[in-house]
Design a protein. Structure first.
Length: 267
């Protein structure tokens, strides 16, 4: 059923269609929402985030034009569902999430499903992850007013970055190819995602003000789209002054605030 729904809406890449039918979306949702896993709508997860509707996940994945050998940087791990979809298509995915609890939960589900080619990073997604740049593809699963300079800088020449750009209330999903060091933009669809919070994204204060005003004004806030393990053997901290911590996935060092937990790929 999902396969046919996506085809009707313009998803044509056979690899994307196959993966969308393979990855168990329900495993990335709270138990009380699993009966809605394949409804074509965004659903809430922890920390005020959402898991994107299947169509948006498929559309963004298709727009990356993956050939099977790319390294992909994902901004906004959320539930981990998009990372799992990508991990079925490419050999390496690096996914950044600012909420540690979300990253740990995604790590757990990805590990249980047998993924070992995903590296999970806890940190400011608006700054990307320069340690492994440049990236062949970058996917941003939160709204930005414009593409953060750090992300475009970390995109390899000829690479594609997919992101929802616009204001707080509505965005346009765009596929941006880096050509001659400059962006070539293709508009894909209207959309609405949660904001990307960070140094080169929306500020936490702006987000709190927006959340408060919407909560007071709306009995039922409008639906928003967005979101949105490796086994721990050892870890290394970055130089003093850095907030990043690198771990291979599934460790119990939850007291380490900082960021990276290694994570998941199917051989």
């Amino acid at each position: 059923m999902l396969h046919k729904q996506l085809q009707r809406r313009g998803i044509r890449d056979p690899n994307v269609l196959a993966v969308m039918g393979k990855v168990p979306r329900e495993r990335f949702l709270p138990p009380e929402l699993r009966n809605q896993a394949y409804a074509d709508q965004a659903l809430p997860i922890e920390c005020g985030q959402t898991i994107s509707q299947p169509y948006i996940v498929a559309l963004m994945t298709q727009a990356l034009q993956l050939t099977g050998g790319e390294t992909v940087l994902e901004i906004g791990t959320g539930s981990g569902y998009q990372a799992a979809v990508l991990a079925e298509l490419v050999p390496r995915v690096i996914s950044i999430e600012r909420h540690e609890s979300l990253s740990r939960q995604a790590e757990k589900v990805l590990a249980e499903l047998g993924y070992r080619n995903v590296v999970l990073v806890i940190g400011d997604g608006s700054l990307g992850y320069s340690d492994e740049s440049p990236y062949d593809r970058i996917i941003v699963t939160a709204a930005v007013s414009e593409v953060p300079p750090s992300l475009f800088e970390q995109l390899d020449e000829g690479g594609i970055l997919v992101a929802p750009t616009g204001d707080r209330n509505s965005q346009t999903l765009q596929a941006i190819r880096k050509s001659g060091g400059r962006p070539r933009v293709r508009n894909l669809s209207a959309c609405r995602f949660v904001p990307l919070i960070g140094e080169q994204g929306w500020s936490k204060l702006e987000n709190r003000v927006r959340w408060f005003s919407e909560t007071v004004a709306c009995v039922e806030p409008p639906a928003i789209d967005g979101h949105g393990g490796p086994s721990y053997t050892d870890f290394k901290t970055r130089p003093q002054g850095s907030s990043t911590v690198v771990l291979p996935v599934a460790t119990s060092n939850s007291q380490i605030a900082g960021t990276i937990i290694a994570a998941v790929v199917k051989p």
